[in-house]
Design a protein around this ligand. Structure first.
Ligand code: G3I
Length: 336
């Protein structure tokens, strides 16, 4: 019996996405991907380190093969990611290990953004411009600049590196007539209220600054809530974060959803049920906020290939068969 496609169930609400590598674009994995999803994110291939060859020259050949397949299959593509402190080439230090000057680091950041944005053009519907820039549990969310993660980007450029990254991305898109590509800020622990609050103040200030010169326009169009949850997650906190972000007038993308079980190894019946209930609570919440939630993307197709495989966080099992969690997403009301 064919399962009802999730993308059909949620057609009037939001796009349904998944994270892919080449392995998801062939055979049985492609069948499952196509059946339920209309959007994809490259799980790794579009991160900065994969855009360069060993001589630090731009080389998008691997991505091109992936993106061509994605387009042939008719999926929308969500861009992950331009500026991150992980999975990036070693371009912030000199050969003897010194951190670059602000000007040198900025030039590297701008070059990366410009080349990458020009390369993809409007083949992406959105770019996560900056990923995971905020500390966990910031003490004083309103002082968001002081709460930023002390990454090499921060150390080399300063607390304005985010704003400059968004301005550069916006400029390259505008110059080329790609105004429809949305700019996202993306982060995890999005249910943590002090972190959500710091992100709120950051997006608020950067968008207010931008609006002074561009009345009525947004610099940051959307907030990506990664959604890497676990069996102890309280969906009421996810709700509070969504309600908070709503005040900013931005859209929300659920960008990397998965929910781990309490234990490693095969799921017990109870664990599978608990996981399903959490998925149902989330989708019921997402439906309530569907006017601002643009997309919900799962971070992997099935448990076997998840980055947290040992805790079985996804909708399909090792044999690609639907778990209780699939039925909960398909019919949340029955699981509440
Ligand atoms: O491609 C190499 C391969 O050549 C090498 O032999 C192998 C040996 O370790 O590593 C392979 O690279 C791995 C890569 O995934 C591709 O499979 C890296 O080691 C591994 O660290 C990397 O993990 C990814 C992780 O980001 C890195 O931070 C996960 O697949 C990916 O799911 C995960 O995704 C992140 C999001 O980008 C941001 N938010 C959190 C999320 C989960 O950590």
């Amino acid at each position: 019996t064919e399962l009802t496609p999730l993308k059909d169930i949620y057609e009037d609400y939001f796009l349904i996405g998944n994270a892919v590598s080449m392995a998801e674009l062939e055979g049985q994995r492609l069948d499952l991907l196509r059946h339920h999803h209309n959007l994809v994110t490259a799980e790794n291939a579009m991160k900065p380190e994969y855009a360069y060859n060993a001589n630090r020259e731009f080389d998008f050949s691997d991505q091109e093969r992936l993106v061509n397949r994605i387009q042939e299959e008719g999926f929308e593509l969500h861009g992950h990611v331009l500026v991150w402190h992980q999975q990036s080439p070693e371009w912030l230090h000199t050969e003897d290990g010194q951190l670059l000057s602000r000007d040198e680091a900025l030039e590297n950041m701008y070059t990366h953004i410009e080349e990458t944005v020009l390369h993809y053009g409007d083949a992406v519907i959105a770019w996560e411009v900056v990923n995971e820039a905020m500390n966990d549990n910031p003490r004083d969310p309103e002082m968001w600049r002081a709460m930023l993660r002390r990454s090499d980007w921060f150390d080399a450029i300063g607390d304005d590196y985010l704003e400059l990254a968004y301005l550069k991305t916006r400029e390259v898109l505008d110059e080329n007539g790609w105004e429809d590509v949305k700019l996202y800020y993306n982060d995890y622990n999005d249910d943590n209220q002090s972190k959500a609050s710091a992100i709120y103040y950051m997006v608020k200030e950067l968008n207010e600054n931008y609006a002074e010169e561009h009345p009525g326009e947004l610099l940051i169009d959307g907030i990506g809530m990664q959604g890497h949850y676990n069996s102890g997650t309280n969906v009421d906190f996810v709700r509070l974060s969504i309600e908070r972000f709503r005040e900013l007038g931005v859209e929300i993308g659920i960008t990397e959803l998965d929910i781990t079980a309490a234990n490693t190894g095969e799921l017990t019946e109870e664990e599978e049920k608990n996981q399903a209930v959490l998925y149902a609570q989330l989708f019921s919440l997402y439906k309530e906020h569907a006017d601002i939630i643009s997309r919900v993307t799962f971070w992997g197709l099935n448990d076997a290939t998840s980055w947290r495989a040992e805790r079985n966080p996804l909708l399909f099992d090792r044999d690609l068969l639907a778990k209780e969690a699939y039925y909960a997403v398909a019919n949340p009301e029955e699981y509440l």
